[in-house]
Design a protein around this ligand. Sequence first.
Ligand SMILES: NC(=O)c1ccc[n+]([C@@H]2O[C@H](COP(=O)([O-])OP(=O)(O)OC[C@H]3O[C@@H](n4cnc5c(N)ncnc54)[C@H](OP(=O)(O)O)[C@@H]3O)[C@@H](O)[C@H]2O)c1
Length: 449
Amino acid sequence: MPIDILSSAIFDGPETIPGWSYIKTYVPIVTALGAAKYYFGGSANTSDRNMHGRVFIVTGGTSGLGAEVVYQLAQRGAQVVLLCRLVQDQWTVDFIDDMREKTNNNLVFAELCDLLLLHSVRQFATTWLDSSTPRRLDGVVCCAADCTPRGSARSVTVDGAERQMAVNYLAHYHLLTLLRPSMHVQPPDRDVRIVLTTCSSQALGPIDRDDFLWEKRAYPQNAPWKVYGASKLLLGIFGRLLQRDLLAYERPDSAPCNIQVSIVNPGIMRTASTRRALSFGTIWGLLLYILLFPVWFIFFKNSYEGVQSVLFALFAPVFGPHDGGNLIQECKILTKGREEYYDYELQDQIFKYTAEAIDTMERNSAIERKKEEKRLGLDKVNEKKRVDKMRDLSQKPTTTEELEQKLLAMRELMNFPLGNPKIEAEVLAQASGRETKKIQPKKKGKRKL
Ligand SMILES: NC(=O)c1ccc[n+]([C@@H]2O[C@H](COP(=O)([O-])OP(=O)(O)OC[C@H]3O[C@@H](n4cnc5c(N)ncnc54)[C@H](OP(=O)(O)O)[C@@H]3O)[C@@H](O)[C@H]2O)c1
């Protein structure tokens, strides 16, 4: 039968093929759409690395591109620490459980780090660095982003920074700057990779030398992508500067720099932030988004297609010599980018300004936090004074709490070990003359791992 159709098509013309008029109309369209889908799916990464035993920190790992990064790393056996703004809510717990199950890897963890708060970033970094033996760190992948939909009013964080600037730029700047000691102590043979995700909207992000963080200029409510783009451009510029700084750092063992910074543009993806941006954060916009889904399906990548360039930045063998972070798109290192990426003077200026701005914001926030603690009666200094007063042994106790505190103070004065009933019983027995056994010093127990 197919041979009959084929032979009549050859000898009598294609009109003899059943349904030829439909084929003639639709096949070119379907082929063109298929070709477009394939083309817009982007390039595939071909490099791979053994990830077993490696440790990565990922921001924005609970959604879209970040979730795909976590999946790809965990599937290869890496330990992945996700920085999340909530860690104990049911959604995050389920997400982590799911990820562990899907990847058959229990080394996926969530740590609290709300990128909207500089203090939260500092708390995470301090905990990370606060270890007598340096922690292993093979990479940091920065995927978190805040994308404000068109029409929303300017929103500022408690530190006083514009929201998109705060999450996309300041938080990542702060995190990576604070984590630098952890990067430097990694042994020289450890290939540490830092990935900063950027976006094509950086092309729309103007850099104002008098107002880097969009503090003085009017907020473009109808074009918030300008602020988003500016925040991404600043992040990319910071990446370039960070790489230069890391290269200039002299290791105590004189080994060459083993840290590579990449600024990766994954391409447009059908993720939550794209959906929010395209629907303007409205229900009507969402309906329109759903109606037009076939368009997004063809022209936008899914997160697996988007993650390819990130994987390239993480897995590709040693990159060529470079003076600043690599700009990566479609699994290729770009040789050209915005002129700001090559303006070292501007980079130094931005770095200095950002460092000062973060310092001021953190200080002001700390003062505000103290005031709030005072207002809520949580002030630590006052609390200590109150406890000290209760512990004053020259005064008679008037409440049970005071009595307990005074007893505690007496125990401490008499060098009574606290909270070990066995030893306390022995001491009491000894004091009453019932037993003369010597009190054994407290044995050091094995630490639980
Ligand atoms: N989507 C695109 O088309 C596109 C194009 C080019 C570049 N990119 C870049 O790719 C990256 C990922 O984009 P995406 O579309 O995959 O993003 P997404 O799905 O919207 O996910 C954003 C992630 O950031 C996290 N996040 C936001 N605010 C946070 C905060 N205050 N503290 C901690 N985490 C916070 C979110 O956590 P929650 O789960 O708590 O919300 C979420 O995990 C971004 O850097 C983006 O700029 C995306």
